[in-house]
Write a protein that binds this ligand. Structure first.
Ligand SMILES: O=P(O)(O)OC[C@H]1O[C@H](OP(=O)(O)OP(=O)(O)O)[C@H](O)[C@@H]1O
Ligand SMILES: NC(=O)CC[C@H](N)C(=O)O
Ligand SMILES: [Mg+2]
Length: 503
């Protein structure tokens, strides 16, 4: 996932976008960028790093205008080290357009070839988002043959884009001299919502927390397949661009990615995590008598609501046994296993007296590569715990994700082709208790009756778009592998150390 935000206002938007990106920082730590437009001219600043490092006062001053957008990046295509792949992307025709994207196109490589061979468009990076922008530009160019460009024509172009691109996408784009466009994939995999400040001043963003934190009133989520367009006069136009939209939000948003104070597609992320803690408690009770547990300890940060609810349900004390260094970012979304591993110990430290001589139940929101849990279990033992049990509020992550979470290969997943007993052994815990897939879907789904389902492929192996071929998987895997191994060692460690602004 990445975090995206776009604003149209009557006053300068540079600070508003900066503030929104800071509120979305937890969605991407590798690069950040903002584009504003004044008249028909674009002003862009993007670079590797976190928001507070990328934008200095001089950069902010060079972003004038009352319309703009920005992104914080967590790459799922291309690599984390390329400045060119940081977003937004710009294309000069038609009109001059910029785009930010959260998600991942599963047919990016085929589209890239098609764009070159047929549409005569050259893509200069490995980013699927640059491909997306060029498909949009191409389709917009077709409808723009007759001017003026109407919202209706723009929506027709979005409909045509949706027919060509596959995968997941929440998109915000600016069309110079015309306005702000946003749309969401027809399965509703990646989140996107919008709100209003004053009449005619809109913000579109990945999470509701970005709207709330910048004093915008949340209006609603963008529906799957829907597009919205705000023209330069601040008039909002919306239209469903797809014949068969369904709502299947990504389950991993509720497990880990999103901030707990966000509400996505009508589901409170916090409540979803509490509910997961509640069902996990039942799994714990059926696995062992609660009398064997002295204390429940969360693995900060994301597991806290689930751990709290679990402790309450099994009637055991909830204690903070690990202190998080607030200057180290999220480890899971860091590029490179070396950086991730090192960061766990930099990030978390045990408080000895919560562990000494006790049977502790550690709770995490998910176990993906096992980096965190293996280190943490060892740290709990070093701190003097008698028994170390581990519970995961999400089920085993067994399958690759191709929709915007960077786990493109099954081999890197600790639960792939391993039984729970084998995982327990690898992690070194005395017991390992997982959530089950149906239980998770039931308790999160209960919060929104209008859902058609969840995109939960990394847990159940079922890919909601139904069109990812074995060849697509192989291409994405190869592409990520070659990009991911490019720069191991010092550069990755540097990134790990420099990340850390609190979201
Ligand atoms: O099994 P792994 O590959 O280690 O991945 C899972 C861990 O990574 C995430 O934490 P992270 O440190 O990224 O963020 P958080 O502070 O929001 O929990 C997640 O919450 C788990 O703790
Ligand atoms: N996580 C994301 O949403 C990534 C967006 C895009 N695929 C990129 O790699 O930049
Ligand atoms: Mg964590």
């Amino acid at each position: 996932m990445c975090g995206i935000a776009g604003v149209i206002s009557r006053s300068p938007v540079n600070q508003l976008i900066y503030d929104a990106l800071l509120l979305l920082q937890h969605r991407g730590q590798d690069a950040a960028g903002i584009v504003t437009m004044q008249g028909n001219k674009c002003f862009m600043h993007k670079a590797r790093g976190m928001v507070r490092d990328v934008f200095r006062t001089r950069n902010m001053r060079a972003l004038p205008g009352t319309i703009g957008l920005g992104q914080v990046r967590y790459p799922t295509a291309g690599n984390a080290y390329s400045e060119e792949e940081a977003q937004p992307f710009y294309v000069n025709a038609p009109f001059g357009m910029v785009l930010v994207h959260n998600g991942n196109l599963t047919n990016a490589q085929a589209l890239k070839k098609e764009l070159f061979d047929i549409d005569r468009r050259h893509i200069n990076t490995e980013s699927d988002s640059e491909v997306l922008l060029n498909v949009l530009a191409h389709e917009l160019e077709r409808v723009a043959r007759e001017l003026p460009l109407t919202p209706d024509a723009i929506f027709r172009a979005v409909g045509a884009v949706q027919k060509r691109i596959k995968g997941s996408y929440a998109v915000i784009a600016l069309i110079a001299g015309h306005g702000l466009l946003a749309f969401r994939d027809p399965f509703g995999i990646r989140p996107l919502c919008f709100g209003v400040a004053e009449e005619g001043e809109y913000m579109v963003a990945s999470e509701s927390v970005a709207l709330e934190g910048t004093s915008h009133k949340f209006l609603r989520d963008v529906a799957p397949g829907e597009a919205l367009f705000v023209d330069m006069a601040g008039k909002l136009h919306t239209q469903q661009c797809n014949d068969n939209p369904t709502l299947n939000p990504c389950m991993f948003e509720f497990v880990y990615l999103a901030r707990p104070d966000s509400v996505m597609d009508g589901i409170s992320v916090y409540q979803a995590r509490l509910n997961m803690g509640e069902t996990l408690a039942q799994r714990v009770i059926s696995a062992m008598p609660p009398s064997e547990i002295d204390v429940v300890i969360p693995i900060p940060e994301s597991s806290r609501p689930s751990a709290m609810q679990l402790a309450h349900r099994i009637g055991k004390p909830y204690r903070e046994g690990f202190v998080k260094n607030r200057y180290v970012g999220r480890t899971f979304i860091m590029p490179g296993q070396g950086a991730r591993k090192k960061s766990v110990r930099q990030k978390l430290n045990a408080i000895g007296l919560e562990f000494k001589g006790r049977n502790v139940l550690l709770v995490d929101d998910s176990i993906v590569r096992g980096t965190t849990s293996k280190e943490i279990v060892q740290m709990a033992r070093e701190a003097g715990a008698k028994k170390v049990y581990l519970a995961s509020a999400a089920p085993p992550v067994r399958y690759p994700n191709v929709y915007g979470i960077d786990m493109p290969t099954s081999e890197e997943l600790i639960a792939h082709n391993r039984s729970v007993e084998e995982i327990r052994e690898y992690i070194g815990a005395d017991a390992l208790i997982y959530q089950d897939v149906d239980g998770m879907k039931r308790v999160v789904g209960a919060l929104q009756p209008a859902l058609d389902g969840f995109e939960a492929s990394c847990f159940d192996g079922s890919y909601i778009t139904g069109d990812v071929s074995a060849e697509d998987f192989a291409t994405m895997k190869e592409q990520r592998k070659s990009q991911g191994e490019e720069e191991d060692g010092p550069a990755r460690t540097r990134l790990a150390l420099q990340s850390g602004a609190e979201a």
